[in-house]
Design a binder for this molecule. Structure first.
Ligand code: FMN
Length: 172
């Protein structure tokens, strides 16, 4: 099996982290893989905000938890969060951002890091506090949040759920 297929089959959504931060080099490589994802009309619409600052990471966690009405940390203690946003005016905004998120989760796995897509990014950046953060970061444009990619180190070992049957059709 080649290494790309192996990574696709072995990657899991990691929901338990040691708290040890990802390095600059790891983060740069992961974001690069997001930047190179296929995207509608080659518009390169997704925007990435990588957050390692603890205070900001905790604020994003709080805003995300508030959307759910939960008091738990939806980022599972992961020390790094990449917010993926995309141009709301593009018909492929969600698809573009989603593929970037998928690429980044795979890249993280290939580097021995844990990752997980965390939802409710759209709602977080629709709140006044979310909008304030974008302004503070200098992120401009009519953007929608697509997803959060949490990153960190983990000792969690997970097996994939069995794949559901009857989902593939071949027309030869
Ligand atoms: C669109 C999307 C949204 C997700 N949102 C969350 C989330 O908010 N919280 C979470 O713990 N996992 C979330 N996940 C991760 C899924 O729970 C995970 O992918 C699924 O259980 C399959 O596990 P695996 O990725 O290890 O194969 C999300 C995944 C996707 C694709």
């Amino acid at each position: 099996m080649n290494s790309v297929i192996e990574a696709i089959l072995q990657r899991r959504s990691i929901k338990q982290y040691t708290g040890e931060q990802v390095t600059d080099e790891e983060l740069e490589q992961i974001i690069k893989c997001g930047l190179y994802a296929p995207n509608g009309r080659s518009a390169q619409a997704p925007v990435f905000v990588a957050v390692r600052d603890k205070q900001t990471r905790d604020l994003l966690s709080k805003l995300n938890a508030e959307v759910m009405g939960s008091g738990e940390d939806p980022f599972y203690g992961a020390p790094c969060v990449i917010c993926v946003l995309a141009d709301a005016q593009r018909s492929t905004a969600v698809e573009d951002g989603s593929l970037a998120l998928g690429n980044m989760c795979l890249a993280a796995h290939s580097l021995g890091l844990g990752s997980c897509w965390i939802h409710r990014c759209r709602q977080v950046f629709e709140t006044p506090k979310g909008k304030e953060l974008l302004e503070k970061w200098g992120v401009q444009g009519d953007l929608i949040g697509v997803g959060f990619c949490i990153l960190g180190r983990s000792t969690q070992q997970k097996e994939p759920a069995p794949r559901r049957d009857n989902r593939v059709y071949y027309v030869d």
